[in-house]
Design a protein around this ligand. Structure first.
Ligand SMILES: [Zn+2]
Length: 148
């Protein structure tokens, strides 16, 4: 965790002192306020919590039946590199197209982009199987799904 600031204070009266943290007692200047050589260090630490999310969806015209569109949009951990990517995968049966975009979450750099007729994907598994998970497992990019 990154240290945001370090501040030395007089341990007796609390006055802020311009003294390097860790200065040995004999080298300390007595506090100009009260003369004490007792010190108290204040350290501020910041940390970042990042939320990851993955949304799966299936769109159907009727309650039953094959979804005409399905996909996944969200964050995906690339196991090999340990990097987080943004994944967008849409199997659009209504329009007959398949789209998969993988980009670096931090830089926005597109790493992998496929946009092609769905018919090309028959045999890869993505078009045949109904879940995003199996589509992901057979992706050319080699992203493995996170199983929960
Ligand atoms: Zn003092």
């Amino acid at each position: 965790m990154p240290v945001e600031y370090q501040r030395m204070r007089c341990g007796n009266c609390g006055r802020e002192l311009k003294e390097a943290p860790g200065t040995p007692v004999p080298e300390r200047q007595p506090c100009p306020e009260c003369g004490s050589t007792v010190r108290r260090a204040e350290i501020g630490i910041s940390s970042t919590i990042t939320a990851r999310s993955m949304l799966s969806f299936k769109a159907r015209r009727a309650e039953r039946g094959r979804p005409f569109a399905e996909g996944k949009v969200g964050d995906d951990l690339h196991r090999k590199s340990g990097r987080w990517f943004r994944l967008e995968r849409i199997i659009d049966r209504a329009r007959g197209c398949y789209r998969e975009i993988v980009s670096d979450r931090r830089t926005g750099e597109v790493i992998h982009h496929i946009e092609e007729p769905l018919s090309k994907h028959i045999g890869h598994g993505a078009a045949r199987r109904s879940t995003g998970e199996s589509a992901m497992a057979t992706s050319n990019f080699g992203i493995q799904p996170i199983r929960r």
